[in-house]
Design a protein around this ligand. Structure first.
Ligand code: SF4
Ligand code: SF4
Length: 568
């Protein structure tokens, strides 16, 4: 095997503040090659396996689906599609338990597999270097690729630095610093050419000047395998660098610091300093999406810990129940004390193993009593400062703890809460056994919830203001229209014609005067009522009698009316 120059000897390395030397426990699971997980009878595929909006289903219950077929489309820019990880029939679209710290259920598509593993049509691309970077990003987006290092952020977004930002360095993160986890180690050992091929595609998408792959020095086999893959390319734009084993070297900002000496400023992104960082497994999945036409439907998962009968790495289809992986690894031992999703420092305790494997699942850890960082009873903070010495983000964890506990979230943000990478170093060293990271997660969740509420309230206020403005505007427009109509009428009317309110009164007075003039004329002319013409003799007699009665009554009434006193 040809070898590349040992760049670790020539590449300058920097250090970061804090960090911990921990028992890595990687030998438990890295001694066996990757095995394929058994195809389960049922796959449960959550619509949200990434950071961003959940995908929208494109299938209905009863639909037959092929392996690799898109079954839910991205909903918005920060989102990712979901593909069927095997062929079969959709039997439900429902809320089901998913692997999430909240422990809540979320919408999932459930597929009963048919055992045939029939692929949908795939469209591999050989000459990807002829494609425009935007076309490559679209392929990566449509393949549902998200960061496989644990974050789950849609990768195509991180591969789009924008027209005004130049990327100097693409860093591939092969540090895998958290104890126990070995899925990236095994990937780099067994499939180094996939990692390197993905790195080249990503570099093209970013138009980056160079690629640096960083690997902790506790993975010599992976390093050697990658050296071979890089050397076979005979290119000098991919550097391979061994970095000292220190937790959390695999943190994005920490690895950038070690490899470039650059600090990513607080609240800023690596791209702001010309660096983009992706996980080695993400690079391999980019290669498969572009050069094999395969969307992201599977990943390597480490099943390990002293509570597992046969720790190892399995290549698993998304949606596979964790229980099936545990069974394939010989089941749990009787002394099992705790199941963790992820590593011992950043992972979350699992309620059970019926949950499905998703894109961000890198490890199922079965711990026995006292195996790793078991905490004793919680005591009050003694202000020893150990947490601050260990913090790789250079924060003051005890201050963050006080403010998070007091729900003084503004102060917690003043202490750069959002620079905390939740690495757990502070909690690991805390002699008071305080669950510090849980407080930081709680504070962040509350702040996000408050920000969401504020956004909603702002939106409602804006809508109300907009509606009031619209109503005022329409009222003014109506008034203007009426005024214009009157002005038009006035302009058309003969001179002296009344059109306004004062003119209306004059008009009424004129009509009244005309009526009175007509009445006086009628009386002066002695006009008789029209219904007295051509009467019969009998009718004339009845009228004469009625007139006589009326005259007699008038006479009587006049006699009975009291007369005013006659003045002398
Ligand atoms: S390590 Fe624990 S006890 Fe010491 S200052 Fe930090 S929070 Fe307090
Ligand atoms: S969890 Fe946060 S506060 Fe604690 S050591 Fe890590 S970065 Fe620092």
């Amino acid at each position: 095997m040809s070898t590349a120059p040992d760049t670790a000897a020539t590449h300058r390395l920097w250090t970061f503040h804090g960090g911990l030397h921990l028992p890595d426990n990687k030998a438990l699971s890295n001694g066996e090659p990757i095995a394929e997980a058994i195809l389960p009878q049922r796959l449960v595929l959550p619509l949200q396996q990434h950071i961003g909006a959940p995908a929208k289903p494109l299938v209905e219950v009863g639909d037959k689906v092929f392996k690799g077929q898109i079954i839910a489309q991205a909903d918005g820019f920060v989102s990712a599609p979901v593909h069927a990880s095997s062929s079969g029939t959709v039997i439900a679209i429902d809320e089901l338990p998913v692997p999430h710290p909240s422990g809540l259920s979320a919408p999932c598509i459930v597929i009963d597999t048919d055992g045939e593993e029939r692929w949908c049509e795939r469209q591999p691309i050989d000459n990807w270097s002829a494609l425009d970077p935007s076309e490559l990003r679209n392929l990566i987006r449509d393949a549902g690729i998200v960061g496989l290092g644990g974050a789950g952020f849609p990768s195509f977004i991180k591969l789009n630095p924008g027209a005004r930002t130049a990327v100097d360095t693409l860093i591939l993160n092969g540090a895998e610093c958290e104890p126990y986890i070995t899925c990236d180690d095994l990937l780099m050992r067994e499939r180094p050419e996939e990692v390197v091929a993905g790195a080249r595609i990503m570099r093209h998408a970013l138009n980056a000047r160079r690629v640096v792959i960083g690997i902790e020095d506790n993975k010599p086999e992976a390093y050697a395998a990658l050296r071979g893959a890089v050397a076979s390319l005979k290119r000098d734009d991919i550097e391979l660098v061994q970095v000292p084993t220190l937790y959390p070297t695999g943190g994005e900002k920490q690895l950038i610091r070690i490899l470039t000496g650059k600090e990513v400023p607080s609240q800023r992104l690596p791209v702001d300093i010309g660096v983009v960082c992706h996980n080695v497994a993400t690079a391999a999945s980019v290669h498969r999406a572009v050069e094999k036409g395969e969307p992201l439907i599977a990943r390597i998962v480490t099943v390990t810990g002293r509570g597992i009968a046969r720790p190892r790495n399995l290549e698993v289809l998304f949606g596979t129940p964790m229980q099936e992986l545990v069974d394939q690894c010989g089941g749990t031992k009787p002394q099992l004390s705790r199941l963790v999703l992820g590593g011992p420092l950043m992972g979350i305790t699992l309620p059970d193993v019926q949950l499905p494997i998703v894109k961000t699942t890198n490890c199922i850890l079965a711990l026995t009593p006292g195996e790793f960082g078991e905490h004793g009873p919680v005591r009050p903070c003694i202000r020893c400062g150990e947490c601050a010495r260990a913090c790789p983000a250079n924060l003051l964890p005890q201050q963050l703890y006080w403010h998070a506990r007091a729900k003084d979230f503004d102060r917690a943000q003043d202490y750069n809460l959002f620079d905390c990478i939740e690495c757990g170093c502070c909690a690991y060293v805390c002699p008071a056994n305080l669950p510090l990271v849980q407080y930081y997660r709680f504070a962040k969740t509350e702040i996000w919830a408050q920000a969401r509420e504020k956004r909603k309230a702002d939106l409602a206020r804006e809508r109300h203001e907009f509606r009031s403005e619209r109503q005022e505007r329409e009222k003014a427009e109506r008034a203007a229209k009426l005024a214009k109509k009157k002005a038009d009428l006035a302009a058309k009317a003969p001179p002296g014609t009344a059109t306004g309110p004062a003119d209306d009164d004059a008009k009424k007075a004129a009509i009244q005067a005309a009526m009175e003039r007509a009445k006086a004329k009628r009386e002066a002319a002695g006009v008789a009522p029209k219904n007295t013409d051509e009467l019969t003799a009998d009718q004339q007699r009845q009228i004469a009698e009625a007139e006589a009665r009326r005259a007699a009554k008038a006479q009587n009434d006049a006699a009975a009316t009291p007369q005013p006193p006659v003045e002398d």
